[in-house]
Design a protein around this ligand. Structure first.
Ligand code: KG4
Ligand code: ZN
Length: 330
């Protein structure tokens, strides 16, 4: 079965072609990062305009890479949420146009489920599974009892972790998106700064990162006022340690409570070296899965892979209109 998948929920314009739910024939991605860098973050209006501008090129690139023709496609899949409304609509319109023009069925896929199903390229799902989904827009702990049987057991009460990394990076003078710079700097630093541990005695599985980010900002501002120097690598190491420990703590508690067999760490922040090191060394009794980094960040292959499992379980409804849902949950 050949699935053509489209993903445009934020600032990546992506089209993938997937065979039988596992073979990635093409995963074309046009990233708008260079465009948004000058604004220090994603500007929704600019993002949707650029999706419209580039989507046909990305379709062409995917077909060229996969060496197939539109007639070979069996099913079209497109992200319908969560994400930026204008960005989602650009992808939905393109996918629907392709499906109608070529008389193909089309299904709507949840972006978050896509991130989770990217892990199936590394290992088969084993239930109950736990997914720590960490990106610029999401920080969620998801209990997976069966295929598409998801329960969000914890989430951030304020900033997503990637957002906190990017804000701390900005405070320290790194370019957007600064998460990878903070991670790299943290590898070189010592734990010399005391930062608050968010929701320290909280029994829930929730997260909070905005207080931690503000603590970094206050520390930097105070140092400036006193004309003291901030040791950036040490501050990055201290910030990263708090983040990694909090994520680890929530996963450890959930693994015990729900007798988890497999832990999936997905989303762009799963590229973080501190998280990978601690999780892979620390969790011995569960299978720990970090999908390949190119499948952790936003791209359409994960949507195509998810669509494969989705159609197997729920089938395909041929003629319905897909509505974007910016605040879609799992
Ligand atoms: O999943 P993603 O590509 O896009 C969405 O946000 O949906 O994630 C991007 C986020 C950015 O905030 C980026 O700074 C962060 O992931 N990120 C990292 C690292 N690599 C990417 N954060 C910390 N450490 C990293 N190594
Ligand atoms: Zn994402």
């Amino acid at each position: 079965m050949i699935i053509l998948a489209v993903e445009t929920s934020c600032d990546e314009t992506s089209v993938a072609i997937i065979q039988d739910g596992e073979k990635i024939l093409a995963n074309a991605v046009y990233s708008q990062i260079e465009i948004h860098k000058q604004f220090g973050g994603v500007v929704p209006e600019v993002a949707s305009r650029n999706h419209i501008k580039y989507i046909t090129h990305v379709f062409e690139e995917a077909f060229q890479k996969a060496q197939i023709k539109p007639k070979d496609v069996d099913l079209v899949a497109v992200t319908y949420g969560p994400g930026l409304i204008g960005s989602l609509l650009a992808g939905i319109n393109a996918a629907q146009a392709f499906a109608y023009a070529n008389d193909k069925p089309i299904i709507a896929v949840n972006h978050l489920a896509g991130h989770i199903y990217a892990a199936t390229t590394t290992a088969k799902m084993k239930f109950p599974s736990l997914c720590l989904l960490i990106s610029g827009g999401h920080t969620e702990l998801i209990l997976i009892k069966d295929y598409f049987d998801f329960e969000i057991i914890g989430q951030t009460l304020d900033d997503a972790i990637g957002e906190a990394y990017d804000k701390v990076a900005r405070i320290l003078g790194f370019a957007y998106p600064g998460g990878p710079y903070v991670d790299a700097a943290a590898q070189l630093g010592k734990l010399t700064y005391q930062l608050p541990i968010p929701l320290k005695n909280d029994a829930s599985f929730n997260f909070s990162f905005s207080g931690l980010k503000s603590a970094v900002l206050n520390l930097v501002n105070k140092a400036k006022m006193k004309k003291e120097k901030v040791v950036v690598v040490d501050l990055c190491a201290s910030f990263q340690k708090v983040c990694v420990d909090v994520l680890y703590d929530r996963c450890e508690k959930a693994i015990k409570k729900y007798e988890i067999k497999q832990l999936i760490v997905a989303g762009g922040v799963a590229a973080n070296k501190g998280i990978r090191d601690k999780f892979l060394k620390g969790f011995k009794d569960v299978e720990v899965i970090f999908p390949p980094i190119n499948l952790c960040t936003d791209q359409a292959a994960m949507i195509g892979i998810c669509a494969y499992y989705q159609q197997k379980i729920y089938g395909v409804n041929k003629d319905y209109v897909i509505k974007a849902n910016p605040s879609l949950d799992l």
